[in-house]
Design a protein around this ligand. Structure first.
Ligand code: TRP
Ligand code: SF4
Length: 340
């Protein structure tokens, strides 16, 4: 062994960038984990990642109770870390702590034709709900432009999305193309990193949502709460009595087993359900145990973070500072392309 360093022949390949965020809407439920977080944790292995708690996006609907946003945001970041997003490797930030997002938003808003936003189909479907909840507002209408700014802010090449979000991302791509065209710039177009997102229904079989009161929370449900909630889950309606056979693929309890249980347990459910060898109570009991097994560690970790306020706040401050440096760099590029 010599202390000489060998000649470097190839420069290290720069990792591609991933950007993603989660809208701050309240306590995280298991859909947030299976729909995003679990994937983010994996992406850290391969990409340089920027993950944000998007509180401005939260404000588009929660603007009447802004005081709830800050505690929700802190809790969200604590969840990210508790489940394995690593602040040493990834940049974890709070959207509103990087005010450049709004500056870039306004730049992009000007070059986004109204027609592009009017075309968003999720918008058309939601108009009645928006009017009823007093959120038929300009901020919510402009949601996709802010999202485009979020991604462009870090010049990310990849955005993890489910198939249903690809159309949404297309607006971001169109906005960047328009920017590049107008100002002869070469900002990167973001590409969807298509991820398979499992369907995680609520306890009653409907979409899991705060307003339906049918959620399993990620860490806020205790072992006892988990048992109680899993017991409330709807099962295959064919199993009226204990001796009726059922079909696991028609049962959301089995859907959860697919996420949380070992191969062995899944086979136990399949065989036991189809032969009426097990009862739904047994099946649910095992599921609650398996969810608890996976959640106990993160639950403790999150509690620890929230209890040592200094630690969490300094992680948030450091991450947001790091994000901000990158954001200022991007804005520099943007302004000079615009000669403004
Ligand atoms: N729309 C995302 C959600 O509903 C949040 C979000 C905001 C986002 N900005 C983003 C996701 C940029 C990916 C990239 O949670
Ligand atoms: Fe559902 Fe399990 Fe009951 Fe089968 S045994 S119907 S999978 S809860």
């Amino acid at each position: 062994m010599t202390s000489e360093t060998p000649a470097v022949t190839t420069p290290p390949v720069r990792k591609q960038r991933v950007m993603s965020g989660m809208r701050v809407t309240g306590r995280l439920h298991i859909g947030h984990y299976w729909g995003a977080l679990s994937n983010w944790v994996q992406l850290q292995e391969e990409y340089e990642c920027f993950f944000g708690a998007m509180d401005w996006h939260g404000m588009t609907t929660a603007y009447k109770s802004p005081k709830e946003i800050a505690p929700w945001t802190r809790e969200m970041i604590a969840e990210f870390i508790a489940w394995g997003v690593d602040p040493e490797r990834s940049t974890i930030f709070v959207q509103s702590h990087v005010p450049e997002h709004l500056e870039l938003f306004m730049i992009l808003a000007n070059l986004t034709p109204m027609g592009w936003l009017e075309r968003v189909n999720t918008w058309k479907d939601a108009i009645e709900e928006m009017k009823a909840s007093d959120t038929y507002n300009l901020g919510r209408f402009a949601y996709p432009v802010l999202q485009a700014a979020d991604i462009l802010m870090y010049r990310a090449q990849k955005v993890p999305v489910g198939a249903d979000q690809v159309a949404h991302l297309e607006i971001s791509r169109e906005i960047v193309r328009r920017f590049n065209h107008l100002y002869k710039a070469k900002l990167p177009e973001m590409n969807p990193l298509l991820t398979e997102i499992p369907l995680v229904p609520g306890l009653d079989g409907r979409k899991m949502s705060k307003s339906y009161n049918n959620s399993l929370f990620l860490t806020e449900d205790s072992e006892k709460d988990l048992k109680k909630k899993v017991n409330m889950m709807v099962t295959d309606p064919a199993r009226v009595r204990r001796e009726d056979v059922g079909e696991p693929t028609k049962c959301s309890v089995y859907g959860y087993h697919k996420l949380y249980s070992s191969q062995e347990d899944k086979e136990w459910v399949e065989a036991g359900c189809r032969s009426a060898g097990i009862g739904c109570g047994d099946c649910k009991g095992r599921l609650a145990q398996n969810i608890e097994k996976m959640s106990a560690g993160p639950r403790e970790k999150k509690k620890e973070l929230l209890n040592s306020a200094g630690q969490l706040d300094s992680i948030i401050a450091a991450g947001s500072d790091k994000a901000r440096q990158e954001a200022q760099k991007t804005l520099g590029i943007i302004r000079s392309s615009m000669k403004w």
